[in-house]
Structure formats: C-alpha cells, structure tokens
Design a protein around this ligand. Structure first.
Ligand SMILES: C[S@@+](CC[C@H](N)C(=O)[O-])C[C@H]1O[C@@H](n2cnc3c(N)ncnc32)[C@H](O)[C@@H]1O
Length: 247
C-alpha cells in the first residue's frame, strides 16, 4: 500500500518546521552536492518526482526550464508548493507509482529524497525511462542503503546518552522498514546499492556520477554534533543518462 505520511497532520506540522522546509534549498545539507550533479535546465522540460514543497521545481524554473512538472502523493505538500512557487509550474497530485506520461515528455527527471518511500526501484526506472528522451538526464537523491538497512535509523547510545555506533544489519534483506523520523513512525523501503546502480544500468541508463554527500566545512563548524555525520553516510546521490531505447 502507498503510504501518504506527509498528509498526516502531526507529521506534516513537524516536517514543516524543519530547516529544509523553512529555508528551502539553503536549509538542505545535501543541496550543494545535488546542485553540482544537476544538468543545465535551460529550455528543458523537467519532471520532479516527490516534489514536496516544490523547491527544486522552482530552482528549475529560475534556471531557464521550458516547463516544470512536480508530482507528489501529498495534498498538503502540494498546497504549500502552489503558494510558495511560480504558478507556471504544473503540480500533479499522484503517487509516483501511478505516473503515466507520453514517451519523450521530459528532457530531465529529478527526485530528491522520495524513492526510499517506494517499494520498487525497478518500476521507477521503467516509468522514468518511458517518459524521458534518449540522452535525457535522471538525477536523484535517496537515503543511503547503510542508513536504511537496519530500519530504525537511530544511533546506539551508552547509558549516558553518548553515541556508540550506527547499526547496520539485514543489509541484503530488502524491503519494508519502520523508521523513526521526527518522533513519528514512517514506513520506508531499504534497497541495496546494487539495486540502485544495477537498476539504472539494466534499465538502460549510463551512471554518470555517484556521491555520498558529507557536511560542508561550514556546517561542520557551525552546527554542533554535525561531525557525527562523518561516521556513516546518510544520503546517496546518483546522476544518470538514458542511453538506449527501451521497449
Ligand atoms: C523528504 S520529502 C522531499 C520533498 C522534496 N523533494 C524535497 O527534497 O524538498 C519526500 C516527499 O516525497 C513524497 N512522497 C512519498 N511517497 C510518495 C509516493 N509514493 N508518491 C509520490 N510522492 C511521494 C512525500 O509526500 C514528500 O513530499
């Protein structure tokens, strides 16, 4: 079943208070890294899967995209997106799993931190390949497989509350996990690194870059506890190009 956690009142209120929700891209620790991997949007038709508040849609429009379409399962997220961003962005209220665009509808498909909510990466690549032009760009971030493997997404602490280590277990058992996020229980789907990389290669994409983002020197200095983010990867960002036609 497709989870729509972002329409849950309490979760939505908590998510709306996060830095990345208040400050937009500037409040997203991985943005500088993701930005470097994004293609030139000039005159491109761009699709953003799991667009949330529409920050990346807005960025694409501001950087010359011909058209931008954002898809999200959450009505609450899209309502805010429509208020915050330019009205020439087309927002579609739909699960990513159900999208169905004509062939060659888009020159670039992007997605930020949404695919770990979806069970099958293979089906995503099929959908993306279906609507992307040959040579088109596919760039996305997800929670890192090391971060999603165990499930609860919390450190192990000693009796004084000091971090001991981050648990990684059941790595090769893909599938549903119940994670703690913002003090709420959220369903996510663990996938291995192989699933992401081979999923792209077997789906007709050429992988052009893989990055495990680390906090910038500025964040390491400015935010207390940020150096713990160097103890395990939290995100994975991949860029790819559609390099052959699929049936
Ligand atoms: C962590 S937020 C990221 C939002 C935005 N991409 C960003 O980076 O600011 C995840 C988003 O994915 C959306 N989402 C989760 N599962 C989805 C699904 N099955 N179909 C479409 N959107 C989904 C959520 O509603 C939420 O807006």
């Amino acid at each position: 079943m497709k989870q729509n956690k972002y329409d849950d009142k309490i979760f939505f209120e908590k998510y709306s208070k996060m830095d990345r929700s208040v400050k937009g891209l500037a409040g997203a620790g991985e943005w500088e890294t993701l930005q470097r991997l994004l293609p030139d949007f000039k005159d491109k038709r761009v699709l953003d899967l799991g667009c949330g508040f529409g920050w990346h849609c807005q960025y694409a429009i501001e950087n010359g995209a011909k058209s931008v379409t954002g898809v999200d399962i959450s009505e609450k997220m899209l309502t805010v997106a429509k208020q915050k961003t330019e009205n020439k962005i087309c927002y579609i209220h739909s699960p990513i799993e159900d999208i169905s665009f004509n062939k060659n509808s888009f020159d670039a498909v992007i997605s930020s931190l949404a695919f770990h909510y979806l069970e099958s990466f293979e089906k995503i690549t099929e959908k993306v390949s279906d609507c992307l032009v040959q040579g088109g760009d596919f760039v996305f971030s997800v929670e890192h497989p090391v971060f999603t493997a165990y499930g609860n997404q919390d450190w192990y602490y000693d009796e004084n509350g000091n971090i001991l280590h981050f648990p990684v277990d059941n790595y090769f058992f893909e599938g549903q996990r119940t994670a703690g996020f913002l003090g709420e229980k959220v369903i996510k789907y663990h996938k291995t690194l192989t699933t992401y990389l081979n999923g792209l290669i077997q789906g007709g994409f050429e992988v052009t870059n893989v990055v495990e983002p680390q906090p910038s020197a500025h964040l390491l200095q400015a935010v207390e506890g940020m150096s713990d983010e160097l103890r395990r990867p939290m995100m994975l960002i991949i860029s790819a190009k559609k390099n052959r036609l699929t049936s």
